[in-house]
Design a protein around this ligand. Structure first.
Ligand code: DAH
Length: 332
């Protein structure tokens, strides 16, 4: 039986030594130590031997099995290290790397969309206004004509900030409070856009993030009508998307505008995409901004910026844009 044990050991060690990866090692382990392995089969032969033979060869089989087991363990450690090194190498990002023939840095797709939107509106005579990301409840809701306890307040999934009286401070849920801030800060006529970050208590998925970007528009002047709103959005659509795009307004509801509408654009293939909301600024909002609704009227609009980047680049998962993974971002 001795030579057979030796052979099982030598062949087993060879098989283990020849494995190229962890998967092959798992197969080799079954072959040399599993139920059908030679060292296991040979053990059955012990029954036919006398007591001395059983002791000697039983011991030899045990030793062989232990050597095979430790050979498997050592090989597993080696192959694991090789695979880890290979993976690290494949995922390596050299942030100091300079590739001379290529642009090294570039603007994030959200920033690019934001800047293009600004450019188009600046070209149409608008100015850019800004407001804080931490906002008062009074400006985010109250001044925008959300009645106390109105369900529209709940629908915003507000992230509250522990500051001042409970329920007085929040992360702005939209850029609309910048409308009121602008009215309070400057005399009409007003032609502004307000791009910025907004926050809602949303679980991240392909189309939602708790942080996203909006752009607000506000026009206050004498004799402004819904026709001016429709005309401005149509001009914007053509300037931003191209001459083969058109827009339409659909009746809707927002507390801060009356009448209110949804703003859709039509692609050259005839399909429609919803961009955001708009409407004539509600008299209560004008009054909250210190503006006399008898003398002045205006329109406002607001839409999401991130969706522009998504649609423009044909990406279907918003989270990709937040990954910060340079291999994804450098495609744009
Ligand atoms: N603030 C709204 C939102 O976040 C969007 C919006 C709708 C803004 C209508 C407007 C508007 O200025 O007139 O859903």
């Amino acid at each position: 039986m001795g030579p057979e044990i030796d052979r099982a050991l030598t062949q087993g060690l060879e098989l283990i030594g020849a494995t190229a990866d962890l998967e092959a090692l798992a197969a080799a382990e079954t072959a040399v130590l599993g139920r059908r392995a030679p060292v296991v089969e040979l053990r059955r032969g012990l029954a036919a031997l006398d007591e001395d033979g059983r002791r000697v060869f039983g011991q030899a089989l045990n030793t062989a099995r232990q050597r095979l087991e430790s050979a498997v363990g050592e090989r597993r450690a080696e192959l694991g290290a090789v695979e880890r090194r290979r993976r690290l190498e494949a995922e390596r990002l050299d942030l100091t790397e300079v590739v001379p023939e290529r642009r090294v840095g570039r603007v994030h797709p959200f920033t690019a969309a934001w800047e293009r939107l600004e450019d188009v509106f600046l070209g149409m005579g608008f100015q850019v206004a800004e407001g804080p990301e931490i906002e008062t409840e009074a400006l985010n809701f109250g001044a925008l004509n959300f009645p106390e306890g109105h369900p529209a307040r709940e629908s915003f999934d507000t992230l509250w900030v522990e500051w001042g009286a409970p329920g007085s401070t929040l992360l702005r849920t939209h850029t609309s409070p910048v409308q009121v801030r602008t009215m309070l800060a400057q005399e009409p006529p007003i032609y502004v856009i307000c791009p910025g970050r907004v926050f809602r208590q949303d679980t991240p998925d392909a189309t939602h993030m708790p942080v996203f970007h909006q752009i607000e528009g506000l026009v206050i002047d004498r004799g402004i009508t819904m026709g001016d709103l429709a005309g401005t959005l149509e001009e914007f659509t053509k300037a931003f998307f191209g001459g083969s795009f058109t827009s339409r307004l659909r009746p809707s509801y927002f507390p801060f505008t009356e009448p209110s509408a949804e703003f859709d654009i039509q692609r050259p293939d005839g399909s429609w995409m919803e961009l955001g909301g708009c409407g004539m600024v509600h008299p209560n909002v004008l009054r909250a901004g210190g503006i006399d609704p008898e003398e002045w009227s205006g329109f406002a609009f607001g839409f999401g910026i991130d969706r522009f980047a998504l649609a423009r680049h044909g990406v279907d998962d918003l989270r990709e844009f937040w990954s910060g993974d340079i291999r994804f971002l450098s495609q744009f």
